[in-house]
Design a protein around this ligand. Structure first.
Ligand code: OOG
Ligand code: NI
Length: 274
């Protein structure tokens, strides 16, 4: 891997851990001082020029990544693609985008006004992928977005950066199952996303996934500061589709639940169920 690509992922990671202090603790608990290999990194965006999924993906294509799967999420009104690299040390990339035109005129107006503030030239730089927000938003507008789309609200508050990194559980020497990883995390005090069960997927779909609930961080809105869910860590175990060939795709039904790892209301509902 080129030094430039290595630096890109290092910068991406450094931005991510600033908003996700628990990520360092995940590495400590699961890695015990050894390196952790990441299965994938996920990004979010809006399907509006100049920040459409396809435009952001160009940065990864320039690094040698190729498109390898398409996904749709009807209820959340999202679509996504994943990208793979021939170098097995590089994480897969999962990029989703909000289908803005499918929401109310109010949501569309708020989101368009945010995206209009982005300098289109900035999007052409790879650093755009960890540049955060390019706008000011009021806490009222954030709450208004939250009513319709938790994803839109997250984007408005955090902008362009890694939404999560994902531990490659197959490469963790001390863990035979995702269940063991989950138990270790819970014993260390992490809260897992239990929407659709703590483990999403199964060997039958060649992929099992779990995730922490996002950390909470203070965000400065134009009128006030608010503590809201930021980013989370995911865990993925892949199964063979053929001898010595692991599944490399994603599973839409599971991904649909992973999205909820930034949803404080989903978390509150889980707590009251318990
Ligand atoms: C992406 C959720 C889906 C996966 O691995 O299936 C996902 C997101 O929350 O932005 O990461
Ligand atoms: Ni993911």
């Amino acid at each position: 891997m080129s030094q430039q690509v290595e630096q890109f992922f290092e910068n991406l990671w450094n931005d991510y851990i600033k908003l996700t202090p628990s990520a360092a603790k995940v590495h400590e608990v699961l890695g015990q001082g050894r390196d952790i290999i990441n299965d994938h990194v996920a990004f979010r965006t809006f399907n509006l020029a100049p920040v459409r999924l396809e435009t952001l993906a160009k940065h990864f294509e320039a690094m040698g990544y190729v498109a390898a799967g398409d996904y749709t999420f009807e209820a959340k009104r999202l679509q996504a693609k994943h990208f793979e690299h021939a170098d097995p040390r590089l994480p897969k990339i999962f990029i989703s985008e909000l289908l803005v035109e499918e929401f109310s005129p109010e949501l569309q107006a708020i989101v368009k006004q945010l995206v209009e503030q982005i300098d289109p030239a900035a999007v052409q730089q790879p650093e755009f992928l960890y540049s955060g927000t390019h706008w000011q938003i009021s806490s009222n507008d954030y709450e208004r977005l939250l009513e319709e789309s938790e994803y839109a609200a997250w984007m408005a508050a955090f902008g362009f950066r890694a939404n999560h990194f994902t531990v490659n559980v197959n490469e963790l020497p001390d863990y035979a199952s995702l269940e063991q990883v989950n138990e270790t995390l819970k014993n260390a005090g992490f809260r897992l996303n239990s929407s659709g069960g703590e483990i999403k997927g199964s060997p039958a779909v060649y992929l099992e996934q779990s995730s922490t609930m996002a950390d909470h961080m203070p965000v400065r809105f134009s009128d006030m500061e608010k503590v809201i869910p930021s980013c989370f860590y995911e865990f993925a175990k892949r199964y063979e589709v053929a001898p010595n060939k692991l599944y490399t795709g994603f599973v839409a039904a599971s991904a649909d639940k992973i999205f909820e790892s930034t949803d404080a209301r989903a978390a509150a509902a889980q707590n009251s169920d318990a």
